[in-house]
Write a protein that binds this ligand. Sequence first.
Ligand SMILES: *Cc1c(COP(=O)(O)O)cnc(C)c1O
Length: 398
Amino acid sequence: MTDTEKDLFLNAGIDTLAVRAGQTRSAEGEHSEPIYTTSSYVFDSAEAAAARFSGDDPGNVYSRYTNPTVRMFEERIAALEGGEMAVATSSGMAAILSTCMALLQAGDHVVCSRSVFGTTTALFNRYMLKFGVTTTFVNPVDLEEWRSAIGANTRMLFLETPSNPLCDVVDLRALAAISRASNCLLVVDNCFCTPALQKPLQLGADIVVHSATKYLDGQGRCVGGVVVGPEKLLQDVLVFLRTAGPSMSPFNAWVFLKGLETLRLRMDAHCANSMAIANWLQQQPQIEKVFYAGLPQHPGHQVAAQQQRGFGAVMSFQVKGGKAEAFRFINATRLLSLTANLGDSKSTIVHPGTTTHGRLSVEEKAQAGITDNLIRVAVGLEDVADIQADLARGIAAL
Ligand SMILES: *Cc1c(COP(=O)(O)O)cnc(C)c1O
């Protein structure tokens, strides 16, 4: 971005940023963002090459660490999250790994929400531990648990809000105050809300990570991730990327750029559909309980209403009965896709207890509230009436 463009976007709204932030044009004057499929770059002279390699000239050297299409995606998501800098990665997990590798070292301690993406738990338990970083898992909504888990060597607090699949909502401002008082870095996986619904950096978080695979693309086409935050931290993430190489491909960056252009419109439509479905589900006598922060009786409703622009599109509910009833419900649906994925224009349905959370022990499931009769739905962009009719097929099969 040139300085004039920075000025233009200083007070721009989210849709303007989503459509235009970060775009650079080549001498060809192309209107739409091109895909730069090149591994390396040529230099005008030996002196120019030396300047690029030394960092005196910030231009491109090699696409493992910079590529113009990837750069456009990074600048656009940084603008949307309100962060100084972003680094794109090959997946959401690579974004979390890169953050940890750049900012943690042996002997450090992490406090992590118990309700995070299962693979994130495995990353901390299996690999971070192997390199001397220990993790304590806490109930995310209990701020006292966070506070008492923090020790002298705690460097990072990590969470998702709202959580999957029960929509637990963590008060980010309150947790950021706890984090700051202990000199920790607060890292928020903002995958479920996206910057269209929640801006953790404005609420006091230090770093935002994303699985771009979900709502940033929004159409289930590519795997990717991104880390956003202040330049002094993100430079270290970029050095890790440059050294270890979990980089985003320019093609995927282009898909995500195009996905971002409709982000706010899609998220608002996802939220509207979800609210209608949650309200309807709640009125069905065969449904025991609905977990969605948009419902006033959900324990996270107040905080979600304060820190989110909308309540998101992932919800879960308990059917009357147990696993057999939940399976009958799922098997009777015909429109919804039976898949563990979410963040897609297509609605999805899954039984968390035997899929996404299937590796938890009986006690861990009980602690996390993953009951046998629980079903998760990620509400897509189909007509509400058709989603509802499909869920009614499930209810009829109970
Ligand atoms: C999917 C997901 C991830 C992992 O992202 P990938 O792109 O699949 O590597 C991380 N966090 C959350 C909340 C997710 O839903």
